[in-house]
Design a protein around this ligand. Sequence first.
Ligand SMILES: *Cc1c(COP(=O)(O)O)cnc(C)c1O
Length: 376
Amino acid sequence: MIPICEPYLNGNELKYVKEAVRTGGISSSGKYVRAFEEAFAEYCDVKYSVAVCNGTVALQLALVCLGIGKGDEVIVPDFTTIASAFSVCHTGAKPVFVDVDKMTWNIDAGKIEEKITPQTKAIMPVHIFGNPCDMDAIDKIAKKYKLFIIEDAAEAYGAMYKGRKTGNLSDIAAFSFFANKDLTTGEGGMVVTNDRKLYNRALYYKNLCFDPDALRNYIHNNIGFNVRMSNIHAAIGLAQTEMADEYKQIRIRNGRLYRNYLENLSGIILQKDQPNGENVFWMNGILLDTERYGGTRENLINRLKERGIETKLFFVGMHRQPSLLKFGCNGTGDYPVTDNLAQNGFYLPSSCSLKEEEIKYICNLIKKYFPPPLPC
Ligand SMILES: *Cc1c(COP(=O)(O)O)cnc(C)c1O
């Protein structure tokens, strides 16, 4: 079986975990937490980073640090994981959805302004599948309406826009280290920022609002979270970060191989790179134009499954999520690009461990499944 994605743990992971266990430093106060935060900040070219226990709470913590809460609205792309939207809901604010661009599959900056109201406080671009968003266009809107930008960079470690790394393109950003992400700690997340005030708030809210300046300990002036990362997870994270550049190059190579093998195939639509961006190809997805391809998604997926190739359907649009409609989000409006991706898109295997032969094999199966349409 060729899986969609499996962790790649070929560096110092075991060595550092052993060291953490051997010394008894397994809680969040162990030395690897700080070391991981520092290495990760350096990797993203940001000043500060705060390790937390997953990517969803990293987003939520970032929103809380910006002061976002009840009565506020946050612009979120319709085509993303539910975690982006839930993180907004948990602050008490409301996510407002914008359709994505049909080339890049990222938030369509041209459709953001029509969704802005007096309640809008922030825009949350998601660099989907490792492809950076059109940040200049988003910046321009944020400046015009005085909105914060919070990047959901969970899928885009090391991706660049105009020479700057993701995480460094906004007020504050969040990453995930879930097992299927480019860098992983099994479960984990990180908040990054260049703003010292936001950094201090993140540290404060992350750990139950313990006040370092209070006259007496155990006096808490605000309601905080406990979203600390353990030293064991951080030990893995540090080892992963040491390999980040190498993993990035492997992902880019794999992404380009898929592109080369599938590019001119009738009915197969691939994600286009954001101009001025560097895509890191977290996931390689394809969108079927079933008429031109001459077959359905279900048939193709079953065919691949019979040959031991795992696939997975794309996300379903946020405007169709029962949970979010119940929460009071507006499900109306047109989201044709997201709906098309949800109906006709799916992921192909995208692990770092993929061999070129395997990619070729997968692409050949996709090519051969249906005979090319007869010339008319
Ligand atoms: C994975 C992911 C998250 C959530 O991360 P978890 O660590 O699973 O909580 C958020 N946003 C995006 C875009 C993701 O891909």
